[in-house]
Design a protein around this ligand. Structure first.
Ligand SMILES: Nc1ncnc2c1ncn2[C@@H]1O[C@H](COP(=O)(O)OP(=O)(O)OP(=O)(O)O)[C@@H](O)[C@H]1O
Ligand SMILES: [Mg+2]
Length: 445
C-alpha cells in the first residue's frame, strides 16, 4: 500500500471539503447573494487513485453528498482545524449557531453531528434536507456497511444531535492504509477466507496441482492476454472453476491459498444465509458482492454449491429451498462475472453436464495416496515428539484418510500426549484418533 498516494487522496478530498464548507457558510451568511447554490467546486476525480479511501468511494460509487459526509466525519481525526469555522458565534444571541449542530470534544475541538452534515448538504433548503436524511437510513451503505457510527439511539437527543463518526473499523482502515473490507452480515453474506498456511503446505497430486496452476496463470497474466493480446473481443470476461472432491481434500484451503499467492482477497459466499434469510433482498445483496468483487479483484468462492448447479431432476431439500429465480440469477451472474469465481462440491454426480461446460476449469480433488499421506503426516507432526515405534510410512500405507482427517488426528493425539507425564505421541494415540475419524464417516479400522 502506497502511503503517499493515500495521503494525497485524503489531502485533495479534505481541501475540496473545506472549500465546500466555506462556500456553504458564505451562502448562509448572505455573502454570496448572486446564486442560490453554493459555488463549490466539483469533488476531485479519484478514478485513478488508489488506497483505502479511493477504493471505498469507487466500490460504493459514492457521489458528492456521500463524500462530503465521509470527509466531515473524518475531519476531526485527520485535520481537526478544518472544522474551526463552525465555532463561529452567533453574536445576536451570544451562542453557537444551532444550525451548525456539532458538539465540543473534551479537548475543545469541533465534533460534527448529523445536523452539521445536513447543514453542509442542504443549508436551509427543506427539500434538500429531506433528501440528505436518506443518507442516514439503515439501508444506505453508510449504516448497512458499518461505515458510520451514529452511537446508540438516545431518546434525549433529536436525530440531528446524534454524533457523526466514522466506525472504528473504517477509521482504522483509513488511518493505517489497510484495504477497506466490508463486514459480514445480513446485507453482505460473504466472509473473507484467510490461512496461515502457505502454498508449499498444500499436498496434492500432479494433476490437481497443474489445474490450480492454470488458475494462477489466469490470475497473474489474464490481463495481459485479454488486453495486450487482444483476446477481450474473443473471450468472455472472467474465469470460472469448479472444485470437485470428497470432504477434507483441500478445496477450501486451495481457494484460500490461490488468493494468498496472487495477493487477492478471497470471499466465501454464505449460500445457506442467502437461501434462508433474504427472500426478496437476495438479489440485491448478491449483486453487491459481485460488483464489489469485480471492482476489487476478489476471488469469489461458493462452497457446497450443489444447490446452484444441481440437476433439475431429483430435487433435493436445498434446491427446494432455493427459489428458482435466485438460482437463475446466480448462474447468469456467475457466467458474466469478470473476475475469478470458484464453486465447490463433493459430488460430481450432482452436476449437470451442460452446466459444467460453461466452466473454464474443473479441478478434481482426490483422497491422498500413500505418498501424499506420508507428507501430510510428516508435515502435521513435524514438531511433535513421537514414540520410537511410530512408523509414519506404514501408517500412510494402512489407512486411507483425507488431509482434513489427518489434521484432526494430529490435534487429537497432541492433546492426548501433552497431558501425560511422558508427553510423547504413541502409536496407540494415532490409531485411536484414526478410528475416531473413520467412525465419523461410518467406517471402521
Ligand atoms: N491437500 C491438502 N494439503 C494440505 N492440507 C490439507 C489438504 N487437504 C486438507 N488439508 C487440511 O485439512 C483442512 C481442511 O481442508 P479443507 O477445508 O480445504 O477441505 P475441503 O475439501 O474444503 O472439505 P469440505 O468438502 O468438507 O469443505 C485444511 O485446512 C488443511 O489443514
Ligand atoms: Mg470446504
Amino acid at each position: 500500500m502506497d502511503d503517499a498516494r493515500h495521503g494525497t487522496t485524503l489531502d485533495l478530498e479534505l481541501r475540496w471539503f473545506f472549500q465546500t464548507l466555506e462556500s456553504r457558510l458564505s451562502l448562509h451568511f448572505g455573502q454570496d447573494t448572486k446564486s442560490r447554490r453554493p459555488a463549490a467546486p466539483p469533488p476531485p476525480d479519484l478514478s485513478k487513485e488508489e488506497g483505502p479511501y479511493a477504493d471505498l468511494v469507487k466500490a460504493q460509487a459514492f457521489g458528492r453528498r456521500e463524500r462530503l459526509v465521509l470527509a466531515l466525519a473524518l475531519a476531526p481525526h485527520v485535520r481537526p482545524a478544518l472544522l474551526d469555522p463552525l465555532f463561529t458565534r452567533n453574536t445576536t444571541y451570544d451562542r453557537s449557531f444551532s444550525e451548525f449542530g456539532g458538539l465540543t470534544s473534551p479537548t475543545g475541538g469541533f465534533l460534527p453531528s448529523l445536523e452539521t452534515a445536513l447543514f453542509l448538504l442542504a443549508g436551509d433548503s427543506m427539500t434538500e434536507r429531506l433528501a440528505a436524511n436518506r443518507l442516514f437510513a439503515p439501508e444506505h451503505a453508510f449504516l448497512r456497511q458499518n461505515l458510520l457510527d451514529l452511537g446508540p439511539p438516545d431518546p434525549s437527543l433529536t436525530p440531528g444531535q446524534r454524533p457523526l463518526r466514522p466506525s472504528p473499523a473504517l477509521l482504522h482502515q483509513l488511518l493505517t492504509g489497510e484495504a477497506w473490507r466490508p463486514r459480514f452480515g445480513m446485507h453482505f453474506p460473504a466472509r473473507r477466507l484467510e490461512t496461515s498456511m502457505e502454498w508449499q503446505d498444500l499436498v496434492l497430486n500432479h494433476d490437481t496441482r497443474r489445474q490450480l496452476g492454470e488458475i494462477i496463470a489466469w490470475l497473474e497474466h489474464g490481463r495481459v492476454v485479454m488486453e495486450d493480446w487482444g483476446l477481450r473481443r474473443k473471450l468472455r470476461p472472467g474465469y470460472r472453476a469448479v472444485f470437485i472432491g470428497p470432504p477434507g481434500t483441500g478445496k477450501t484451503l486451495s481457494a484460500t491459498l490461490l488468493g494468498k499467492v496472487t495477493r487477492r482477497d478471497v470471499y466465501r459466499v454464505d449460500l445457506a444465509m442467502v437461501v434462508s434469510k433474504f427472500i426478496g433482498e437476495t438479489e440485491k445483496n448478491l449483486e453487491s458482492i459481485f460488483t464489489q468483487a469485480e471492482d476489487r479483484d476478489w476471488l469469489l468462492f461458493f462452497d457446497e454449491a450443489d444447490a446452484l448447479f444441481g440437476k433439475r431432476t431429483g430435487v433435493s431439500d436445498a434446491q427446494d429451498r432455493f427459489a428458482n429465480q435466485e438460482v437463475s440469477y446466480l448462474l447468469q451472474r456467475v457466467e458474466e462475472f469478470a473476475g475469478v469465481v470458484i464453486l465447490a462440491t463433493n459430488l460430481r454426480d450432482n452436476i449437470d453436464d451442460a452446466f459444467l461446460r460453461r466452466f473454464e476449469t474443473v479441478v478434481q480433488f482426490a483422497l491422498p495416496g500413500p505418498e501424499e499421506l506420508h507428507t501430510l503426516w510428516t508435515q502435521g507432526l513435524d514438531r511433535c515428539p513421537l514414540d520410537r515405534d511410530v512408523d509414519l510410512r506404514q501408517l500412510s500405507r494402512r489407512h486411507r484418510l483425507s488431509g482434513g482427517a489427518v489434521i484432526n488426528v494430529v490435534r487429537y493425539c497432541a492433546l492426548c500426549a501433552v497431558q501425560r507425564e511422558q508427553p510423547v505421541i504413541q502409536l496407540r494415540d494415532l490409531e485411536d484418533g484414526i478410528r475416531r475419524e473413520l467412525a465419523k464417516e461410518g467406517r471402521t479400522l
